[in-house]
Design a protein around this ligand. Structure first.
Ligand code: ADP
Length: 469
């Protein structure tokens, strides 16, 4: 879960990087495009307006000879062609302002006073200025001083068409930027999924190995970059598998090797036991202690041998078909020294299961022994059929198992707080782990819960598949 969250975060980071990268790139390109287009448009408008205005100014110079009437000048101005049809010529003769009809650009109100000063103080050079009129329209005004009649010629060209073009361009660029940014995010998400896929597979394989599938390996594939990772990972997994197998074999070999001297010791102790009454009291006490420890040692070696067979996968079920009720009755009879009730629905009397008798007997007897040892004996064994299997529950009225120990007591060498209280000299901590292994081999499960039936104690439930009839 934790690693899944980390992967998500990494993916989100990669996606975000792609999105931000695309946004930065496309923004920079958009700004650059906008500025270039803007300067090109304005420059070319300025150049053409300047050349048209200078031609118009020299024409005006010829038409404003002394004696030319205002009307003639106005008609002339109205017929002049500017760079745009909206371009407006304007003339100052001495102190009078004459505009073309209709009057679009009014003097001196619309004329910038600085520009007016510059042009009127100059003898021949023209001047130009871009500014916004009162109504907000951007305008380019070019002015020339004329040689006759102390005249000034101005030509105002509105730039609103360029502003409109630039604003449309900026909208298009904004839209394109947003689109490219979204595309970047989508690309980032797709790419990060692809890039992280091998990492995810490594995680899955590692998880499979962690839960016991030691043969799980990565597909090496043909990408040389990933092949190195996959090969190293697989090599590590192989080493781990070999190491675990070697450890399991070691435990199995050690238990096996201990068995024969132990048998000899047990046989010798048997002889001593038979002559026990001939020994001194202190020797008898020592013999009793030896008997007790040897018994536990013997159990430990047998359990270790059995459990190590599971590690080297050398355990196979020897399946037999038998009447479950009859079988359980016999096991209870052999193991339970107290009055243990046996409860089952009558229709179960004829039910036949297919299971490994030796292992199942070991499972039940182990649960009964534990009940005897930790809880003063099993109070009841209850068997019922559940689907194609049976549920065998062993109840006791003992101290019960603390909630936090309910799964750990099935681990190897795990001893509950109750086990510890009874002293370290008793039990091996392997009993319940063997029970779990036997049941698992059958495809079943075992769990412990509270004994709700009596309100005190514990209930160990074995679920076993294999009902034949
Ligand atoms: P061992 O009996 O050798 O300690 P087990 O694997 O059989 O090992 O049991 C593990 C622990 O589970 C015991 O140490 C004990 O604390 C606890 N336990 C098992 N059965 C019972 C029970 N019926 N009631 C209370 N505690 C139990």
């Amino acid at each position: 879960m934790e690693s899944a969250r980390k992967t998500l975060r990494l993916r989100a980071r990669l996606t975000l990087t792609f999105g931000l990268g695309a946004l930065l790139l496309t923004s920079a390109l958009s700004v650059l495009t906008y500025l270039m287009v803007r300067s090109n448009l304005i420059e070319s408008r300025e150049q053409s307006a300047l050349s048209v205005a200078s031609v118009n100014a020299s024409q005006a110079e010829r038409r404003i000879y002394e004696g030319a009437t205002d009307k003639a000048v106005r008609d002339f101005l109205s017929n002049l062609r500017g760079v745009r049809s909206e371009s407006t010529p304007l003339l100052r003769l001495e102190t009078d302002w004459i505009s073309a009809d209709p009057v679009v650009f009014e003097a001196p109100g619309s004329l910038n006073s600085d520009l007016l000063d510059t042009v009127s103080s100059s003898s021949s050079a023209g001047a130009e200025m871009k500014y916004k009129m009162e109504d907000g329209t951007p305008v380019l005004v070019i002015g020339f001083p004329l040689a006759t009649r102390n005249a000034l010629y101005f030509e105002a060209t509105p730039l609103d068409d360029i502003e409109d073009t630039l604003s449309s361009l900026s909208n298009v660029l904004r839209l394109v930027s947003a689109g490219i940014c979204l595309f970047g995010i989508a690309l980032g998400s797709w790419a990060s999924r692809r890039v992280l896929l091998p990492v995810e597979k490594v995680g899955q394989t590692a998880r499979a190995i962690a839960v016991g599938d030691l043969a799980a390996r990565l597909d090496v594939g043909d990408d040389p970059d990933l092949a190195t990772l996959a090969t190293s990972f697989n090599q590590m997994a192989t080493n781990l598998e070999e190491r675990i197998e070697a450890d399991a074999k070691f435990a199995s070999n050690v238990s096996h090797e201990l068995r024969s001297p132990l048998t000899t010791i047990l046989a010798s102790i048997e002889i001593l036991n038979s002559d026990k009454h001939a020994l001194e009291e202190s020797s008898q006490l020592a013999l009793d202690l030896l008997n007790e420890d040897l018994e536990r040692f013997h159990q430990l070696v047998e359990d270790l041998l059995e459990i190590s067979r599971y590690d080297v996968s050398a355990n196979a079920l020897t399946l037999e078909r038998f009447l479950i009720v009859e079988f359980l009755e016999r096991v209870i009879e052999q193991n339970s020294s107290t009055e243990t009730q046996f409860e089952f629905p009558s229709e179960l009397s004829d039910t036949i299961v297919e299971a490994d008798k030796r292992r199942l007997a070991r499972v039940i007897s182990n649960l009964l022994e534990n009940a005897e040892f930790y809880a003063g004996g099993a109070t009841c064994i209850e068997v019922i059929q559940i689907n194609d299997g049976v549920s065998i529950a062993v109840f006791d009225n003992g101290p019960g198992i603390a909630l936090n120990e309910r799964s750990s007591i099935f681990e190897r060498f795990a001893r509950g707080s109750e086990g510890g209280r009874r002293g370290s000299g008793t039990g091996t901590g392997l009993g319940l782990s063997l029970v779990a292994e036997h049941v698992k081999l059958h495809g079943g499960s075992v769990a412990v819960s509270e004994n709700l039936k009596d309100g005190v104690g514990s209930k160990f439930t074995v679920l076993l598949p294999g009902v034949v009839r």
